[in-house]
Design a protein around this ligand. Sequence first.
Ligand SMILES: Nc1ncnc2c1ncn2[C@@H]1O[C@H](COP(=O)(O)OP(=O)(O)O)[C@@H](O)[C@H]1O
Ligand SMILES: [Mg+2]
Length: 604
Amino acid sequence: MRVGMQGKIVLLYSLLILFAMQLSGVYLVKSLENYYLRNYATSQLAQGELLGNFIRRYLVKEEQQDELISSLIAEFGGGMTGTETMVLDRHGRLLGGPEQRSLSLLGERVIQDDVLLALAGNRVEAIRVDPDTGVRYYFLALPVKNMSSVVGVVFLRGSLEHIYLLLKEIKLILITGWGIVLGIAIVIGFLLTRTITMPIREVTSRAAAMAGGNFSQRIEVRSEDEIGELGQMFNFLTARLKDTLKEISSEKNKVEAILNYMSDGIVAFNKEGKSIHLNPAAQKILEWTGSRAELGLPGEVIFDKLFTPEEMLELFRGGSPSTKEVHIGDSREKILQVHFAPFKENGTLQGILVVFHDVTKERIFSLMQQEFVANVSHELRTPLTTIKNYIETLLNGAQEDPGIRMRFLQVVEKETERMVKLVKDLLILSQIDYQETKWVKEETDIAFLIYEILDQVELECQAKGIFLHTLLPQQPLLISLDKDKIRQVMLNLLDNALKFTPPGGEIEVRACEKDSGVCVSVKDTGIGIPPEEVDRVFERFYRVDKTRSRHSGGTGLGLSIAKQIIEAHGGTVFLESKLEEGTEVTFCLPLEKHSEDSWVSHEG
Ligand SMILES: Nc1ncnc2c1ncn2[C@@H]1O[C@H](COP(=O)(O)OP(=O)(O)O)[C@@H](O)[C@H]1O
Ligand SMILES: [Mg+2]
């Protein structure tokens, strides 16, 4: 049986009380016994001495006065209840004693150790138990002396039963008292310990409720003692625990939000190699169609041939953090940088965190950059080589011939101009790229602007025998734009149209209001662009026929500059072309105002 704390305390406490009562009881009884015995002995001694003194003179005479002594003793003994008195002469003969018992023995010699010792002059005191009756007696053998010689012995024997009876009664009273006290003590003990165990039981049950997940537990604090402190501490603990849990849960929410909204994919595996987390970005990157509820899948299912079985094994053997680059996707190539980070607890591997970073764009961008640098160097090298060759030839003597000199210098000038144009175009592009362009918007009538530009190319058209006509709205069509930049766009488009249209061809410039915006198109009847290359002509340095374009002074940047400018206006540009029939480039600008911050307002 399980003994509760209450039982244990009460038991211990009762035993202590019992022990204390026992100890004090024994001490008390023993002291009382000693007291009574000493008292009794003293009174017996006094009696004996008195009798001794009284009969001394009879004993000294040594005459037969038995009867006299006998009556004296009887008289004397009568005054001492429960005491038997005997008197012996110097030879140990009984002279007198208690009536009936000793009458027959009168004159006989009593040979006993006590008597012999007393006759020798010693006082003998003893307590002895009668073996037949079990009664305790007090013996006193007192020598009666006359001038230092023993003349007789007074012998007293008194029953001590009355003392032991008294002690027995006292013991009984004590035991009864102990019983009552112990009973009361046990009751009080139970009540007292209840005040301790009750709150402990309450704390235990509340703690159990807390273990079950209910954290809104409070204990009523009823006292200011240790129990009260325990209650207070418990309340403090629950409050702290609640706070901490709230903190942890908000931290968890935060982490979850980060994981859900971050662009990097994260997959976490436990040490058995089963997935325990797969964030949306990872699902997207891995083109994972399973639901998130399907966690617990092994890595080879989630990574689906991304890694070889050996690599997977290596991964889960829990090595050190590593990074790897993988290519995925059948149609669209994707480049992923994969970081593996084992996560540990107390030095033992708990699992692996796999972070996917889509670096496709960066890679494409850096490739484009490399390509761009290569293109620029190439574009500059050609005119530079030409210039160098011509100048060398001139220096080597060709300058003597004025005709050749003139021709050569003209070539050098043309090539220099081409380089200047290239550098200018590059500058425009890089300014747009790095957002250093100052956009100056103005409410402009688009037709008016087009007329202005056409004035600039009219002569060239005439010279090339190309018929230029327009289809422009009669009413002013106001639109907010950067005049210089749009002029640049128009000139680029017209330049292409002129360049790629043979003499006798036509160029048509149209403008009209369309879908809450303005669309301007430049259409020619030129050589056109092969359909497979239409998409690429807006790329930097892209030219359909490189040598021809270069000969005609093109840099391959005209259309990409136009596209950048139109897009910066929030517009769109597209090109339609048919080989040998002609090309039409259209750009549309929205009528509504652009967000103010992307523009620098032109004052005045
Ligand atoms: N109107 C057009 N007709 C035929 N081809 C064109 C036309 N406009 C552009 N292209 C093609 O697109 C290429 C890119 O044009 P662009 O960026 O202006 O460069 P560039 O004019 O310096 O060659 C040209 O080299 C040309 O092959
Ligand atoms: Mg061009």
